[in-house]
Design a protein around this ligand. Structure first.
Ligand SMILES: O=P(O)(O)OC[C@H]1O[C@H](OP(=O)(O)OP(=O)(O)O)[C@H](O)[C@@H]1O
Ligand code: HPA
Length: 175
């Protein structure tokens, strides 16, 4: 069967939800600066769109933590491919992710970042697959809870493809 993409969350729905999250974060961080950490590569589309909707001062840094390789199953081994450029000491840090699936990546990342002295550390994800959780993770902001299906688009890839889709889709016709 050929690989096809079935739309799960439309472009309009994603945009609407990103605006709502931006408003909520702006209210919650009123009077403070929020330091966004983008988890590359998947988080980059969401982070850019979200940052544009946040009305309090924003600073940003980037990190790359990989556990999936090119497949649809987490290897369970989390590797830091690129660390942050700046210290987190005394900052109100908000990690911005595209998806929490098994929770392995984020539980590992949170453990590491908590040790770097942030004033606060919270997590915002566009998508959450709670059914798949192996490691518990506290998620502060969620765009959409989705079923246990492998999704692509809006930053998410399958074998590095489909990140540029403006909507969230399910990959069909793959093992
Ligand atoms: O909850 P988990 O099961 O750990 O899965 C979530 C992680 O998997 C994806 O990253 P990936 O390793 O595919 O890297 P990418 O963002 O560069 O595509 C995603 O961006 C999360 O970081
Ligand atoms: O469903 C997914 N799609 C793409 N990347 C992912 N990383 C964890 N889960 C997923």
């Amino acid at each position: 069967m050929a690989e096809t993409i079935r739309e799960l969350v439309s472009e309009e729905e994603v945009e609407k939800r990103v605006c709502e999250l931006g408003r909520q974060i702006s209210e919650d961080y009123a009077g403070r600066q929020v330091h966004l950490i983008c988890v590359l590569k998947g988080g980059v589309f969401f982070m850019c769109e979200l940052a544009k909707r946040i009305t309090v001062p924003v600073s940003m840094d980037f990190m790359s933590v990989s556990s999936y390789g090119d497949g649809t199953a987490s290897s369970g081994v989390v590797k830091i491919a690129k660390d942050l450029d700046e210290s987190l000491e005394g900052k109100d840090v908000l990690i911005v992710e595209d998806i929490i699936d098994s929770g392995r990546t984020l539980s590992y990342l949170i453990q590491i970042l908590e040790k770097r002295g942030p004033k606060s550390l919270k997590l915002c994800t566009l998508l959450d697959k709670p059914e798949r959780r192996v490691k518990p993770v506290t998620v502060d902001y969620v765009g959409f809870n989705i079923p246990d299906e492998f999704v692509v688009g809006y930053g998410l890839d399958y074998a590095q493809k489909y990140r540029n889709l403006p909507y969230i889709g399910v990959v069909e016709g793959v093992e």
